[in-house]
Design a protein around this ligand. Structure first.
Ligand code: HEC
Length: 262
């Protein structure tokens, strides 16, 4: 078996040591983490974030190789939602990773993390993520019911949900309870306004092109859209203010830099 691995590695032109590491990752991690780059249609079928995503998030939070090694080694043996670097809503979706304690040695873990840090994420994956984020941003803007869409107004509910369980943010149960109320009220209000705005916009378009009404006749509806957008922007701003009141300064300092990446 070993001979065959070495031979196979030689044939495809990679070192035997490297092949050993690849085999280790395959046997210890690949049952859950896919090692190739996922395509969009694979994502609903996944049991765990792809290794590309795990390492993308790890490197987003840490830039020191030793820190990354320590993080991976600790996470594999003692996984916990609050230690996770991935988005909290994703961790909730997959469930926390089961510990591999007892089925992996320290040496194996060291080799595995060296290999992962060296090879992941691929440039193609990072490009893909950037592209997805750009499209998400465009779509969010196109579908936005807000009057003000400047980056200066952070989307607090979205930011919080991505970091919800993280130790580095450290939300208490009390804070979570209050924040969930704000989240529910805000989303409810925004969705209600958005439905009305969508309906009005469709009506305006139909009146203009099908019924050939004059711009003058459309004024009431246009004013109504503007009023709804202004009202929902006030809801957005109230949400920011209410949220900031619940968070302490350290939590705000932790959270806001993520707004740039959205
Ligand atoms: C039985 C399934 C399973 C196996 C095997 C497994 N993982 Fe995981 N792993 C998960 C799931 C599910 C998550 C996502 C939830 C979480 O972060 O805890 C995860 C998350 C992680 C994370 C943390 C990402 C984050 O959220 O910050 C790291 C690091 C990680 N895995 C490394 C490994 C490595 C390295 C191996 C192989 C030695 C491995 N895992 C094997 C299921 C698995």
């Amino acid at each position: 078996m070993i001979k065959r691995t070495v031979l196979a590695a030689a044939m495809i032109g990679i070192g035997a040591l490297h092949a050993g590491e690849v085999d280790l990752v395959k046997s210890k991690c690949a049952a859950c983490h896919m090692l190739e780059r996922p395509t969009a249609d694979m994502i609903p079928e996944l049991k765990a974030p792809p290794m590309e995503a795990v390492m993308y998030h790890t490197k987003l939070v840490m830039n020191d190789k030793e820190k990354m090694k320590a993080f991976i080694a600790d996470y594999v043996l003692n996984p916990a939602a609050e230690k996770s670097v991935c988005e909290s809503n994703k961790v909730q979706q997959y469930g926390v990773m089961p510990s591999l304690k007892g089925s992996i040695t320290e040496e194996e873990l060291s080799k595995i993390s060296d290999h992962l840090i060296e090879n992941y994420p691929s440039e193609e994956f990072v490009d893909m993520i950037n592209e997805i984020q750009k499209n998400d941003k465009m779509n969010a803007l196109l579908n936005s019911p807000f009057l003000i869409n400047k980056e200066a107004l952070p989307h607090m509910t979205k930011l919080l949900i991505k970091h919800w369980d993280k130790q580095a943010l450290g939300l208490s149960d009390e804070q979570k309870k209050k924040l969930l109320v704000i989240r529910k009220n805000t989303i409810g209000e925004v969705q209600k306004a958005k439905r009305k705005i969508d309906t009005l916009e469709t009506e305006i378009m139909e009146a203009l092109f099908m019924d050939e009404e004059s711009p003058k006749d459309l004024e009431t509806k246009i004013d109504e859209v503007a009023k709804l957008k202004a009202a929902v922007t006030k809801v957005h701003i109230q949400c920011i203010v209410d949220t900031l009141e619940i968070l302490d300064d350290d939590q705000i300092d932790f959270l806001l830099p993520f707004w740039e990446y959205k």
